[in-house]
Design a protein around this ligand. Structure first.
Ligand SMILES: Cc1cc2nc3c(=O)[nH]c(=O)nc-3n(C[C@H](O)[C@H](O)[C@H](O)COP(=O)(O)OP(=O)(O)OC[C@H]3O[C@@H](n4cnc5c(N)ncnc54)[C@H](O)[C@@H]3O)c2cc1C
Length: 452
């Protein structure tokens, strides 16, 4: 039996949506998850989970299930090697890691299988693309407070709280950006603001058997740790999955913008993922001085049938992660999508969102009448952290794409890269949660803590 007087609908069954559904259901909250696709499955390749992502998964109680589907019995130390894209023999910087810096590389599909394996999938509904949300009562105390979700198959569903976990192209985000968009008396399509902008980066992704990479003459060993090949406006990130049998490759091309450039780049027309000729991929790097004999170009030559992903970002950043009054919260890429700069901050932010939101929602004193305050507390606890991580990612992007004769020297790279991930990896989520609890106590939403 549900142990709360409110119901939750999660839109989007990606990595964040499914983990969130698992955590809420485990705590006895009535939750349903609606996924647009005909089946749960992640498009794409591997995902490198950073130490903060791993800690969040542990806190959510899913880490052992995820590990069981990975190639590792425990999180792994993965020092990150920065090398020259022009000449792969040249190591620029070896980002050493300590015992607290354990991450996990995993295939995306394996991750989802892990969560599905421990979840009661009766709460999950496929082929449910949410196309609109309507709020009929805007009052936290009214018993009929809540939102109706409308799906493209003509069905609908009503819940007190809607969690938008629907990724970068989020439908739910527009109802947070423009709260009136979903009010019954307004046209539900009145706001077409997407808060989406092209990040300036395109990614070419691939999963390559290491045997193919070695046969192609790539000398650097890509099976032991993540490697970042650096250049000017180009960089490639690799990391091993499946015990090094497979190398996950993401090659980035970034359009040149100087630091003084302001203003977002317009959202690109769809589709954002397009097949391209291998020649385009190779020329994209060779025209920037990456030699045909370099490890990097040999690696790219192994990518058969490459496709180009136009990376978008939530821009301008959201002024709030919630519409508390109407019972909507955003998590994961819906709120602040991954920045193309580094493969280690992305989904970790979403898992941190899930930790903070679910710990607040499952708190014994949380109920329908104080949901509005709970959502505001989630927003004020999470937004500063999210913005800090976005800035750190952007800074990392500026460094890894400025290496070369007209950019940074090895020495400058070393100075700039030293410790750059520390604030992202070593954040204590208790700080966010304590901050949220404190503000709820100050507002007398929660009782004062017993003094010992
Ligand atoms: C090239 C690339 C490489 C990356 N590599 C890494 C990495 O190595 N490490 C890392 O941490 N992060 C990485 N990321 C980022 C990471 O993939 C995202 O942060 C993560 O997928 C976000 O998860 P999510 O659940 O919020 O959104 P998504 O994974 O996008 O899931 C959203 C889900 O919502 C569904 N949906 C969308 N709209 C609707 C709707 N209207 N109704 C119902 N359902 C809907 C979608 O079908 C999807 O299943 C990478 C991203 C890219 C593009």
């Amino acid at each position: 039996m549900a142990n709360k007087d409110f119901t939750v609908a999660i839109v989007g069954g990606g990595m964040c949506g499914l983990v969130c559904a698992y955590a809420l259901a485990k705590a006895g909250i009535s939750v349903q998850v609606f996924e647009a696709a005909p089946e749960f499955g992640e498009v794409g390749a591997g995902v490198g989970l950073g130490p903060n992502a791993v800690r969040a998964l542990d806190r959510l109680g899913v880490l052992s299930a995820v590990l069981a589907r990975s190639e590792h019995s425990s999180p792994v130390l993965r020092p990150f090697l920065f090398v020259s894209g022009y000449d792969a023999q040249e190591v620029i910087y070896d980002y050493s890691v300590g015992d607290d810096d354990r991450g996990l590389p995993i295939h995306r599909a394996a991750f989802l299988d892990a969560i599905i394996g421990i979840s009661d999938m009766k709460i999950a509904h496929l082929n449910k693309r949410c196309i609109a949300v309507q709020h009929t009562h805007v009052s936290a105390t009214a018993s009929d407070f809540g939102s109706t979700l409308f799906f493209s198959d003509g069905t609908s569903h009503r819940a007190h709280l809607v969690i938008g976990a629907d990724g970068i192209k989020s439908t739910i985000r527009k109802y947070v950006v423009d709260p009136l968009a979903g009010d019954a008396e307004h046209n539900t399509n009145r706001n077409n603001k997407t808060n989406l902008a092209f990040s300036g980066s395109s990614a070419y992704r691939g999963l390559l058997p290491n045997s193919t990479v070695v046969a192609a003459g790539v000398k650097i060993d890509l099976t032991v740790q993540p490697v970042c090949f650096c250049g000017i406006d180009r960089h490639i990130i690799t990391f091993p999955i499946q015990a090094g049998r497979i190398i996950n490759v993401v090659a980035f091309s970034t359009i040149t913008r100087d630091d003084s450039a302001t203003g977002a780049l317009d959202e690109l027309p769809h589709p954002w993922v397009q097949p391209v000729a291998k020649q385009e991929l190779i020329e994209t790097f060779e025209t920037r001085g990456w030699g045909a004999d370099s490890d990097a170009i040999k690696l790219l030559n192994c990518m058969e049938n490459p496709s180009r992903w136009s990376i978008h970002a939530v821009e301008p950043p959201l002024l709030s992660y919630v519409d508390a009054e109407r019972g909507i919260a955003l998590i994961g890429d819906a709120v602040s999508a991954w920045n193309a700069a580094t493969s280690r901050t992305g989904v970790g932010q979403g898992f941190e969102d899930v930790v903070v939101l679910t710990e607040l929602l499952t708190h014994p004193e949380t109920n329908l009448s104080n949901l509005e305050h709970i959502l505001n507390a989630y927003d004020s606890a999470r937004r500063p952290r999210g913005n800090m991580v976005l800035e750190a990612s952007a800074r990392m992007g500026r460094i890894t794409t400025r290496y070369g004769k007209s950019g940074y020297s090895n020495e400058e790279m070393r100075t700039k890269l030293a410790g750059i991930w520390s604030p992202v990896w070593h954040h204590d989520l208790n700080e966010d949660i304590n901050k949220a609890m404190e503000s709820l106590r100050e507002k007398c939403v929660f009782k004062q803590a017993e003094s010992s």
